[in-house]
Design a protein. Structure first.
Length: 278
């Protein structure tokens, strides 16, 4: 009985230590601590008058304003709010990235399956990949206009070149022995793609999607700030023009938090896909 009672505190200490270790290893914890430090330094800078509160309002004013339920700017048809603007931008990014991924996948398949087209397609995507996404903004606004289609096209072009090259490189990197063994086993062309090529390129493709997302996210926001008449970037520029610096800061923070959250989701999807592949 005494030995069991003596072991109980040791087990409790072990469980507590494991729990503390899990918390310390949590990315979410360090994310929260980092932002808590930033907020404290931001508030201290305002309190000590190192920062101009007219240009950079302190968190004690900005955070309550963010949850006030009255986060909007503009008049009439130009009026927009934080949640509406964020939803518009996310839809644009999702639509443009999906279109870019589909076209990139088709181009990669054509390059692998039709060697004659490789010499035609590869120079095109190699020329598109180095073009900075923001470089498409003036051309897109001039040709398509300032509506949502322009923002989707900017995202599409931001994704197309780099995504195509990444998929082609991943497919070219599959060991020839894998393909040879599959052919010797009588694997059909469709099963070759589904059971050999697709699992082999999944890690590289997911990394390319993550990198493409950051480019697409920055490109669509830059386009909205440059003239596209709706979205999160447009809301920030309108708030700046009306000198609503609280809303400007809330919009900037929203960009960072949303980007971080989507990146975490893509990492989680990558981990689940790797389990499926293995």
């Amino acid at each position: 009985m005494q030995s069991h009672s003596a072991d109980r505190p040791d087990r409790q200490i072990t469980l507590i230590s494991r729990f503390v270790r899990l918390i310390l290893q949590s990315n979410l914890l360090w994310f929260c601590l980092a932002w808590l430090l930033i907020i404290l330094l931001w508030e201290l800078g305002s309190y000590m008058e190192w920062l101009n509160p007219q240009i950079l309002p302190p968190p004690s004013e900005t955070i309550p304003y963010a949850f006030s339920g009255n986060i909007s700017i503009g008049f009439g048809q130009q009026k927009t709010g934080l949640f509406e603007a964020t939803a518009v931008t996310l839809v644009r990014v999702g639509t443009g990235m999906l279109a870019g991924l589909l076209v990139s996948s088709c181009l990669a398949v054509m390059v692998i399956e039709l060697p004659l087209l490789r010499r035609l397609i590869l120079p095109i995507v190699q020329s598109l990949a180095p073009i900075a996404p923001v470089a498409w903004i003036p051309f897109t606004i001039a040709v398509i206009g300032i509506g949502g289609q322009a923002a989707v096209f900017i995202v599409f072009m931001a994704v197309l070149g780099t995504m195509s090259l990444s998929l082609i490189a991943a497919l070219d990197g599959i060991p020839a022995e894998y393909l040879k063994i599959a052919r010797n086993l009588g694997t059909s062309r469709m099963r070759m793609w589904w059971h050999v090529r697709l699992p082999a390129i999944t890690p590289g493709a997911m990394t390319a999607i993550r990198m493409s997302f950051f480019g697409a996210w920055m490109a669509v926001l830059a386009g909205e700030m440059a003239g596209i008449n709706s979205g999160l970037g447009y809301m920030i520029i309108m708030a700046q023009q009306m000198y609503n610096m609280k809303l400007v800061m809330i919009g900037i923070l929203a960009i960072g938090f949303i980007g971080f959250a989507i990146d975490r989701l893509l990492l989680l999807a990558n981990a689940r896909l790797l389990q499926w592949v293995q």
